[in-house]
Design a protein around this ligand. Structure first.
Ligand code: MN
Length: 738
């Protein structure tokens, strides 16, 4: 039985190996096959007793990674060998010297680089950031290290299904945090969108499946539509003697998901679900003219949207991407994005960096932009000049992956470069921490603007300060640079610290005047009385005046009552029964959640950023000051938390549904009519016995828009409510918000 399996596995391994050779064949030079075979044999032998989490032979992994390098990135023999051996030094007895002896210096350095950055995320957060920095340093040595690492990550994401849940979340999040932006920056669009799709699949399975299902459902309709859309264009291209391929393809699941989310619309309303791509077979010197000719043909049949023309042929993007994009109106009234490019441009678009350089070598005109070179140089100088914390650096770097920059000037004319979206406040912190902390506004080009003003290229900025100014929580939303964020957080922490000290003093005085001991027992009782998580939280509130010191008196009264009571009935023995007593008086507060490996019930907070309710998929996050916080896996902060601080993530799951209310928000859109609000509130309060906390309504030009905050028991309950609300006359759409 086992024998048969082994034989079958051997066959499968050989099959996969031959597939790799077949794919690589066009690029192999004499002697290459022998080297690849040698690498394969060594890897096979080295991993022979190892298996993947899925139970499959380990060798499948290096084979697949090598295949991705060839097929999807377009790399050559050196990379194939390195990919086959990428886990060998780390996992087995084989040494780097052995590799160098058998395959030479280059392969050895690549594998060394890959070994150093593997397990990058297994350690504490700063360690991980430091390792990531190292990884990027190798970028300028040999970019193949990064490309093979991306292939490695892609294969791991494709096989993520067999990993335990918390690993899935962690790996998927780092992928989204680092690898997808990196793939984007290196121009590997196909890999980037696959990584994003897989991220969605494992973090928000329901939405993912839903979109996939809907894409499939609309397939035959879409195919018909595309066929009739491209027909006239195709005919005319042929008539004018073009050689080309033309096809329509749906956009990635993740990009559709993103549209639905950012625009708050259902799948059916995402208008550009797919793009039509025309790939011309064109000589290098005719490329530009041919593409514009094709553009002219397309727009002869369909009216273009003037705001949606993107010419990345005259000015390629900095990662080398070249293409002409336009969005046109079809005869059925649907917008369709049309992408026009040549075979060469398509190759670069799909396989990124490697293809880019392949062509660049051939192109003696030097027309391809030097963007990537420049970027790598920038990364290098950033790495060398980095003297801040590694985490901060990583944020900066990530910012640089996507963001373009905005160039602004100081009053004296010094140039400052900030990421796009930076505010006047960012600028202030860029000048100096104290300038930032005291900033009350700015003068931009002699005009007065608030601290939230978004900087534009060429702005000349003068910061206005006041000694009375102090950073607030709100400021964190007004800045984009990691520097400003860190400084504001520092200031807030300081502020909190001094408030705690103040509070402690006040409490001490007050207790003394009431003739109570300033003991940990009394403080613990006070904490419980005011229903706070920690003693510091209690001090803080007193210090900031949120808790009036005189109300400590009511605590004394309460304590005396308890004493009276304990004389007649049972005694309140210890702190925990005291706490319980208070809970009984105040009623239950939280639902139960099972947390950690043992699925214990421990104390936790629900994160304010995503307001999880029972039924949501959640995870726990160990915060520094506030215990365990529960977030939804779809929380906007989840990616950052899971990827940067994976070691502080613990799994969490709701207990069976309990009848406890949770706060949720609904947005209702409809046509306005008399009695609308009445009907809404009727459904909410009468029919379902839900508690409404607040309702706000806007009515403009016959359109009704309402937001309702209410307490519900669980997601099922909420879904039911949404369904009922949808049935009210005039209601067009009901959606949930966080
Ligand atoms: Mn690997």
């Amino acid at each position: 039985m086992i024998q048969a399996d082994v034989a079958e596995e051997r066959n499968e391994i050989l099959k996969r190996y031959r597939r790799l050779l077949r794919q690589a064949k066009p690029i192999l030079k004499s002697g290459d096959t022998k080297l690849i075979k040698k690498a394969f044999t060594i890897s096979l032998e080295a991993h022979k007793d190892m298996r993947r989490k899925s139970g499959e032979p380990y060798i499948y992994h290096p084979l697949e990674v090598a295949l991705i390098c060839v097929e999807e990135i377009g790399l050559g023999t050196t990379s194939i060998i390195s990919a086959l051996l990428h886990d060998v030094v780390e996992d087995t007895d084989l040494e780097l010297e052995d590799i160098e002896r058998d395959f030479g210096y280059k392969v050895m350095t690549i594998i060394d680089g890959l070994t150093k950055i593997s397990g990058v995320f297994e350690y504490g957060s700063s360690q991980q950031a430091e390792n990531f920095r190292k990884m990027l340093l190798t970028l300028s040595d040999d970019v193949r290290v990064i490309l093979i690492k991306l292939a490695d990550r892609l294969n791991n994401m494709r096989t993520l299904g067999s990993m335990p849940r918390n690993k899935q979340l962690k790996i998927a999040s780092e992928t989204m945090y680092l690898y997808a932006p990196l793939a984007h920056r290196l121009g590997l669009y196909a890999i980037k969108s696959e990584l994003e799709d897989l991220f969605l699949k494992y973090t928000d399975t329901e939405s993912y499946q839903d979109i996939v299902h809907k894409i499939n459902e609309s397939k035959s309709y879409r195919n018909k539509f595309i066929k009739s859309f491209i027909q006239p264009v195709e005919d005319e291209l042929i008539r004018q003697g073009f050689k080309f391929t033309i096809k329509g393809r749906p956009k990635s699941v993740y990009s559709i998901f993103n549209k639905m989310k950012t625009q708050g619309i259902p799948f059916e309303e995402v208008f550009d679900l797919f793009a039509v791509r025309i790939i011309l077979d064109s000589e290098l010197e005719n490329e530009k003219a041919d593409c514009w000719q094709a553009y002219s043909i397309v727009t002869d049949f369909y009216r273009p949207n003037p705001n949606r023309l993107r010419d990345w042929i005259s000015t390629p993007r900095s990662n080398g991407y070249e293409s002409l994009h336009t969005t046109v109106m079809s005869t059925t009234g649907q917008w369709v994005e049309v992408q026009i490019r040549t075979g060469r441009m398509n190759d670069i678009a799909e396989r990124g960096y490697a293809a880019h350089w392949k062509y660049k070598e051939k192109d003696t005109s030097g027309r391809s932009g030097p963007g990537l070179d420049e970027w790598i140089n920038q990364v290098r100088s950033m790495l060398e000049s980095n003297d801040g914390s590694a985490i901060e650096f990583m944020d900066d770097f990530r910012g640089n992956l996507f963001n373009d920059e905005v160039f602004v000037f100081t009053p004296k004319g010094d140039l400052k470069v900030l990421p796009t979206g930076a505010s006047a406040l960012d600028f202030a912190f860029e000048i100096h921490t104290m300038v930032g902390a005291k900033c009350i506004g700015a003068k931009v080009n002699q005009r007065l603007v608030p601290i939230s003003y978004k900087l534009k290229n060429g702005d000349q900025v003068e910061i206005l300060t006041s000694s009375k100014q102090k950073p607030t929580e709100d400021w964190l939303h007004q800045v984009v640079t990691s520097r400003a964020k860190a400084k504001i957080k520092d200031a807030l922490r300081e502020e909190k610290k001094s408030a705690i000290l103040d509070g402690r003093e006040i409490v001490q005085r007050k207790l003394k005047s009431m003739k109570l001991d300033f003991s940990s027992e009394v403080i613990e009782q006070l904490r419980a009385f005011f229903d706070l998580k920690t003693a510091n939280e209690f001090y803080y509130r007193v210090g900031r005046g949120i808790i009036d010191p005189t109300s400590i008196k009511s605590f004394k009264d309460f304590k005396e009552q308890q004493k009276q009571k304990s004389k007649t009935t049972e005694k309140v023995k210890d702190e925990s029964s005291f706490t319980k007593e208070i809970k009984n008086l105040k009623g239950p507060e939280h639902d139960q959640l099972l947390i950690g490996e043992d699925m214990d019930i421990v104390d936790y907070n629900l994160a304010k950023c995503c307001n999880p309710i029972p039924g949501d998929e959640v995870f726990g996050f160990v915060t520094i000051n506030e215990g365990i916080k529960i977030h939804r896996t779809t929380c906007p902060n989840a990616v950052e938390l899971l990827s940067n601080h994976g070691n502080r993530v613990i799994k969490a799951r709701w207990t069976s549904q309990r009848e406890i209310a949770f706060l949720a928000g609904l947005r209702i859109l409809g046509t306005d009519r008399v009695g609308m609000i009445n009907d809404l509130t009727k459904v909410i309060s009468n029919e379902l016995k839900v508690n409404m906390r607040s309702i706000t309504v806007d009515s403009d030009g016959g359109i009704f828009e309402g937001t309702i905050k209410l307490y519900v028991n669980n997601t099922e309950h909420l879904d039911q409510l949404i369904k009922n609300l949808n049935q009210i006359e005039g209601v067009i759409k009901v959606s949930r918000f966080d």
